[in-house]
Ligand binder design. Structure first.
Ligand SMILES: NC(=O)C1=CN([C@@H]2O[C@H](COP(=O)(O)OP(=O)(O)OC[C@H]3O[C@@H](n4cnc5c(N)ncnc54)[C@H](OP(=O)(O)O)[C@@H]3O)[C@@H](O)[C@H]2O)C=CC1
Ligand SMILES: O=C(O)CCC(=O)C(=O)O
Ligand SMILES: [Mg+2]
Length: 579
């Protein structure tokens, strides 16, 4: 195939769809990309570097993406002649069609008249019927909810039908008059309250369209050992469209996957235990907030999925970290893209978070079977966030973070890829203190017994999450218990303002002093029971404070969490602590 403005990289080969729905991905695959409008330009530059670095680190040069730029939006309009067809040139569609896999930045869609959405047009023209939007929490990301770690959902949004089909006529137009006359005269419709000034939109929802989407969602749940698939719809009001979606969804579960009704239905269960259930869309928007653990895979219609994906993104840190994919599982065609738009006020400022497109790239690499490179991207993002080196959106919500530009954040992600550095015990200790504080705050009870339960729970949770080994966790908890007891004592004996959270810095000291200020003397009795553990020894980790050598009285001042050295004066190894 030859193109007018698109240059096909000579070094690359096509990705093709093989037997049994399996992709054939060569070592130098041609992957199409659209840079995007507005912030898309900054984001794409950073993302492309991150993706290339991940592939290079994972395969040492034996695999490499041959990028092929294709055009849509403002760049295409300028390049292809500034006419209506230039926004989404035919050769862009042909290139996506021919080369199967692509990734794109966001494209602008004006509200009201003018061009229709290029994003939606791409999905429809290539019949990318699934919009896949995973929503999960990265440790350390600021969130407006108490337990963002409870959110681990995957949205399957129907991508080709619903009110997004673009079948609508403007109020007052000849077309809308003909539609309204038809509805009134031939269909007996009497419910159009203001026929003279109504715009009309049509909402097609089909059994085939629903079935292929729900089938993909259930298959995903099976392949990824998820617990449930929830059909989200507004079928109580829109009975034959959203209600149809619900009923056809259950039929797919029963007829194709052997689901059996639970207690007379409509909820049912697959032979492997996966629950298929449904929730009405309005209450679903509340329950994803209040009962996040009850949602896993979600299958829903186009508009509901659009709302849900932005709302859920907020729970795990915002739209800056919300990736997505548009996929036709039958043909293999897929275009990966962020959930967010062009954020025009930040365009060309090298400021916004590129994570959504970087993580869309991570999904793309996984889809291609390049899982080692995909894993490196997750490691890089996790590393950059844990080091508190973040873009403006996270920076404004995080204490003690460093604000990076879009490009510098890309560098930070790359620098954390494949790093075999052991995490520092000081940081692990701070993490344990922070998790302990969160769990203690979340509990209704504020007693010393509960403090011990919360500390043990924090240790177990973080061990399970891989933050440290079982043995490291036990040691860190011992040090934390000691410091906590010491501070609880201080709380009783010394001036309260010494441990005023406003006066202490970040790290474990901040977590513990905030906690003691909140719970006060109710937990100071913990000190009595652990008196013997109160001295600090060389080699142990401790929070900020003053250490006084038991042998010579020399003082060491810790401004933040650190490892206790031998006494620099007399080399003794035992200290008592004060604040
Ligand atoms: N798939 C696509 O290409 C999509 C395109 N669009 C289009 O994008 C245009 C703008 O839409 P709009 O409604 O403003 O929504 P946007 O998603 O573009 O932006 C809304 C807000 O989200 C935050 N945000 C967006 N992207 C980022 C990022 N990368 N990092 C950090 N924060 C981010 C910003 O919040 P804050 O100001 O609080 O910092 C921003 O002001 C419209 O033309 C719309 O049609 C919309 C959605 C999807
Ligand atoms: O195409 C657009 O302009 C908006 C699309 C959108 O919001 C989405 O897909 O989430
Ligand atoms: Mg949207």
């Amino acid at each position: 195939m030859t193109f007018d403005k698109i240059s096909v990289p000579e070094s690359g080969e096509k990705i093709t769809m093989g037997e049994g729905g399996k992709l054939n991905v060569p070592d130098h695959p041609i992957v199409t990309f659209i840079e995007g409008d507005g912030t898309g330009r900054d984001i794409w530059r950073a993302s492309q570097r991150v993706l290339d670095a991940a592939v290079d680190k994972a395969y040492g040069g034996s695999r490499k993406i041959a990028w092929m730029e294709v055009f849509a939006g403002e760049k295409a309009w300028n390049l292809y002649g500034q006419n209506d067809d230039a926004w989404l040139p035919q050769e862009t569609l042909d290139a996506f069609s021919e080369y199967l896999i692509g990734i794109k930045g966001p494209l602008t869609t004006p509200i009201g008249g003018g061009i229709t959405s290029l994003n939606v047009a791409l999905r429809q023209k290539l019949d990318l019927y699934t919009c896949l939007r995973p929503v999960k929490y990265f440790d350390g990301v600021p969130s407006p909810v108490k337990h963002p770690e409870d959110v681990d959902m995957v949205i399957f949004r129907e991508n080709s039908e619903d009110i997004y089909a673009g079948i609508e006529w403007a109020a007052g137009s000849d077309e809308v008059k003909r539609v309204i006359t038809f509805l009134q005269d031939e269909m007996g419709v009497t419910k159009i309250r203001f026929p003279e000034s109504s715009g009309i939109g049509v909402k097609p929802v089909s059994q085939e369209g629903t079935a292929r989407l729900v089938r993909a969602a259930i298959q995903y749940a099976i392949d990824n050992m998820r617990d449930s698939v929830t059909l989200v719809h507004k079928g109580n009001i829109m009975k034959f469209t959203e209600g149809g979606f619900r009923n056809w969804g259950y039929e797919v579960a029963k007829n194709e996957f052997g689901a059996v009704e639970i207690d007379g239905g409509p909820w049912c269960q697959l032979p492997n235990g996966i629950i298929i259930k449904d929730v009405i869309a309005d209450i679903a928007l509340q329950q994803v907030l209040t009962r996040a653990t009850e949602f896993d895979v979600i299958a829903t219609l186009n508009l509901n999925g659009d709302y849900l994906s932005d709302a859920l993104a907020a729970q795990v840190g915002g739209i800056g970290i919300a990736p997505g994919a548009n996929i036709n599982y039958l043909s293999g065609h897929a275009i990966f893209e962020a959930t967010h738009g062009t954020a025009p006020k930040y365009a060309d400022k090298d400021m916004v978070n590129p994570s959504s497109v970087v993580l869309s790239g991570e999904m793309m690499l996984r889809y291609m079977g390049w899982t080692e490179a995909a894993d490196l991207i997750l490691q890089g993002i996790n590393g950059a966030i844990s080091a508190k080196t973040v873009t403006y959106d996270f920076h404004r919500l995080m204490d003690g973070a460093t604000k990076l530009s879009t490009s510098a954040f890309g560098d930070a992600v790359i620098s954390h890829m494949g790093s075999d550095e052991e995490p520092r015990p000081e940081d692990q200790y701070d993490e344990l203190a922070e998790r302990f504080k969160e769990l203690f705050e979340a509990g209704a009870e504020k007693s010393s017994e509960f403090a011990q339960i919360a500390m043990e729970k924090a240790r177990k949770q973080l061990t399970a999450a891989g933050a440290f080994s079982e043995e490291q966790g036990k040691n860190l908890k011992r040090f934390l218990e000691r410091d906590f007891s010491q501070m609880a004592n201080t709380m009783r004996d010394e001036a309260k303002e010494k441990l005023n959270p406003a006066r202490v810095g970040a790290g474990a000291m901040a977590s513990l002093s905030a906690l003691l200020n909140m719970a006060g003397s109710a937990i100071s009795s913990i000190a009595e029971r652990t008196q013997k553990a109160i001295s600090c020894r060389s080699g142990e980790i401790t929070s900020a404070g003053t250490l006084t050598c038991n042998a010579c009285g020399h003082e060491l001042h810790f401004k933040k969490t650190g490892r206790v050295p031998p006494c620099p004066k007399c080399h003794a190894t035992e200290f008592r602590k004060s604040y």
